[in-house]
Each structure stands twice: as structure tokens, then as C-alpha cells.
Write a protein of this length. Structure first.
Length: 313
């Protein structure tokens, strides 16, 4: 379970809540000036946790504003891309001459290495997500073009929104390694959202989309012994070159991917105590045409022959 930080004005005397809140905002978010629209009464709660390098904070509070001046931004130790995603209320973000408003079902992103202002003109329940600047790969992205823009209505940014929310809610039940993986997934989805928003969904995202189509087709036709790069290319109406390019950098070829999926299917079936079918029948049913070849690659995959694996299972 990830470490968490919980701050609440419930334990603070009424007269001290406003200044205490401003101090908490300054400390937790690395230097932010706050004001409460002149209100003298205030109620606020902060619950923060981490998913690897990604910081997720739920902020429930009465209306307030925050401001980060250029001097504050320059003195910040770590640069983040910061996201506000309301569950309740609204957030109006101003940065680089742009302004965007988010309510439930949307999110706005901004850059902590620059100045910005955020208005929360009503009581809010916000999810705030901070993704390290360097992990998004901003050198290949026109990050500035996406700041103070609204995301989340549809497409990959909608997937990112649901992932951020679900990750925050489920983090108390995750192991450290699972939380780190969830943080990496959030980072990747934010990166893809930025690429889509800035018109950079070119070679990279097209290649990823084709790779997903290839994997889906393989799963559907895994038992077909004729499954190959040629048959996949014909079915997906693309060239073999595009197929191979889609798997570039994956660490395995399409043929190796198909074989690994077939081996894993055979492993699952051999692990079932009720599975009494001959091993050769199992291999043939999952697309292996040669029993000797199957035995050899199975041993390479598991360290045991199929019969030894079944007895040990």
C-alpha cells in the first residue's frame, strides 16, 4: 500500500483554518499562493498518495484560488505536468494566455514550471494528478500548445480520465509494484492525450493502433495452424512491412508473439487437473503442426517437457 498524506481543517480551530489551508497548499504543491475570495470561514481536506512517480491528490474544499508567479515557478525543485479533474464543482485554469474550464467528465492540464492561476469559484471535489515533466518525453511534444486546454470528452483523454480516477480509488488495495505500474500507465495515457491534442498522432500512435489490431486478431485465430504474418496482413489489409514495423522495439517478432501465446494456452490447459486429452491433441488444437517442434519449444519455454510439466502440475 502506498504512503499517504491526509490533511483536514476539521482538527483546526475555526479562526485558524484559512491561514492553515494556505500554508498546506504552499507546502504540498511546492509553492502556491492561495486566497479564499475574502471568506473568513473555510473547510478543506487533502488526501494524497503516490503511484510510483505520479502523485495523486483528492482535494475537497470551499471556494478558493491559487496562484503561481514566475518567481515561484523558477524556485520549484521538480517540474510536473499537473492535471485537475473535478468530481464536483469546477476549475478555471489560466496559463500562457489561455483559459480552460473543467467540470465533471473533463480535465485540464498545466505546467508547474511556468506561472498559472486556478480559480475554484464554488465548493470543489477535485482529483489532482502530478506527472513528472521528464517522464512524458516533452522533447518530442509541443507541450506548451496543450497547456490550459480541456481534455476528457472522448477518445484517449477519456480513457486517461477514467484511469486516473480508478487508480486513485484503488491505490489503497494495490501492492507497491502494481501502484508503480498504474503510475506508468497514467503517464503513457497523458502522453498520448497530448500527442492527439497537438496533432502528433502520426507514426507512433498509428503503429500502436496497428499493434493492438494485430494482437486482437492473433487471439481470435490462435488455434488456426495457418496463422502467420502473411495471413494477418491479408486480413488487416496492410503490408508485411507495416506489420513488422508495428512490432519494432517490442523485443519479439510477430511469429515469436504467436508462438508465445500458443505456448501459454497449452500451459494453461495442461495445468487443469481435469484436462486428460493427449498432449499431442492439445498441441494440435492450439495451432502447433509438429509434435516434435512443440515439445522442443515447450521445454525452452518452461524448462520441462510437456509430460513432465503435466505430472508436476
Amino acid at each position: 500500500m502506498a504512503d499517504s498524506t491526509v490533511l483536514s481543517t476539521d482538527a483546526v480551530a475555526a479562526r485558524d483554518r484559512a491561514p492553515q489551508w494556505c500554508e498546506w497548499i504552499w507546502q504540498h504543491f511546492g509553492g502556491l499562493r492561495s486566497d479564499l475570495y475574502g471568506d473568513t470561514e473555510f473547510d478543506g481536506h487533502i488526501a494524497a498518495t503516490r503511484a510510483g512517480d505520479v502523485i495523486l491528490t483528492r482535494l475537497e474544499a470551499d471556494r478558493h484560488r491559487v496562484l503561481r508567479t514566475p518567481d515561484m515557478a523558477r524556485t520549484s525543485e521538480t517540474g510536473y505536468l499537473k492535471i485537475v479533474a473535478p468530481w464536483q464543482g469546477s476549475a478555471v485554469v489560466q496559463q500562457e494566455g489561455r483559459e480552460a474550464c473543467a467540470r465533471d467528465g473533463a480535465w485540464v492540464i498545466y505546467d508547474t514550471t511556468g506561472s498559472y492561476e486556478i480559480a475554484n469559484p464554488e465548493r470543489v471535489d477535485h482529483l489532482i494528478v502530478m506527472v513528472p515533466h521528464e517522464s512524458v518525453g516533452e522533447r518530442s511534444l509541443r507541450v506548451g500548445d496543450a497547456m490550459a486546454r480541456r481534455f476528457g470528452a472522448n477518445g484517449i483523454s477519456r480513457v486517461a480520465l477514467e484511469t486516473m480516477r480508478n487508480t486513485y480509488l484503488e491505490l489503497p488495495h494495490m501492492s507497491e509494484s502494481a501502484a508503480r505500474g498504474a503510475g506508468e500507465l497514467i503517464t503513457r495515457l497523458v502522453q498520448l492525450s497530448l500527442m492527439e491534442a497537438t496533432g502528433q498522432e502520426t507514426a507512433l500512435t498509428q503503429r500502436e493502433a496497428l499493434r493492438d489490431r494485430i494482437r486482437a486478431y492473433v487471439q481470435q485465430h490462435l488455434r488456426d495452424s495457418a496463422l502467420s504474418a502473411d495471413s494477418i496482413a491479408a486480413a488487416l489489409n496492410c503490408s508485411r512491412r507495416h506489420l513488422y514495423n508495428a512490432f519494432a522495439g517490442e523485443g519479439e517478432s510477430i511469429a515469436a508473439y504467436i508462438q508465445r501465446q500458443r505456448l501459454q494456452a497449452c500451459v494453461r490447459e495442461l495445468q487443469q487437473a481435469s484436462a486428460q486429452r493427449p498432449i499431442t491433441d492439445i498441441a494440435l488444437s492450439w495451432g502447433f503442426g509438429n509434435p516434435s517442434h512443440f515439445s522442443r519449444v515447450f521445454r525452452d519455454h518452461t524448462g520441462k517437457s510437456p509430460s513432465e510439466f503435466r505430472r508436476g502440475g
